[in-house]
Write a protein that binds this ligand. Structure first.
Ligand code: FES
Length: 100
């Protein structure tokens, strides 16, 4: 694991997410009561959840509306025990970093 800068501060609006390519992985970063980082690709058909609609800590995949908890990565519907990988994330003076 190594901390990598993903973006500058204040580039992701509150209540929104964005996708970043970090070390060859697609990572979704959400700004929802603090930052949250998890794998961006939905386990259903690999759409990115980064631009999905947020309702509290739950994001809705834009393609077929499966739901994930952005804090735990857990899929909320259909299949039990499925999780997207989550990553430590922190805001520093010079940007937003994740530990990947
Ligand atoms: S690709 Fe996400 S719900 Fe189908």
């Amino acid at each position: 694991m190594a901390w990598k800068k993903v973006t500058e501060k204040n580039t992701i609006a509150a209540g929104k997410g964005e996708e970043f390519d970090v070390g060859g992985k697609k990572i979704a970063v959400f700004n929802q009561g603090g930052y949250h980082a998890l794998d961006a690709l939905c386990v259903h058909q690999d759409s990115s959840i980064a631009l999905g609609k947020l309702d509290g800590n739950i994001v809705e995949c834009p393609s077929h509306f499966w739901h994930y908890n952005i804090k735990t990565g857990e899929l909320q519907d259909y299949l039990k025990g499925i999780k997207l990988q989550t990553y430590p994330i922190e805001e520093r003076t010079d940007g937003v970093y994740i530990d990947l």
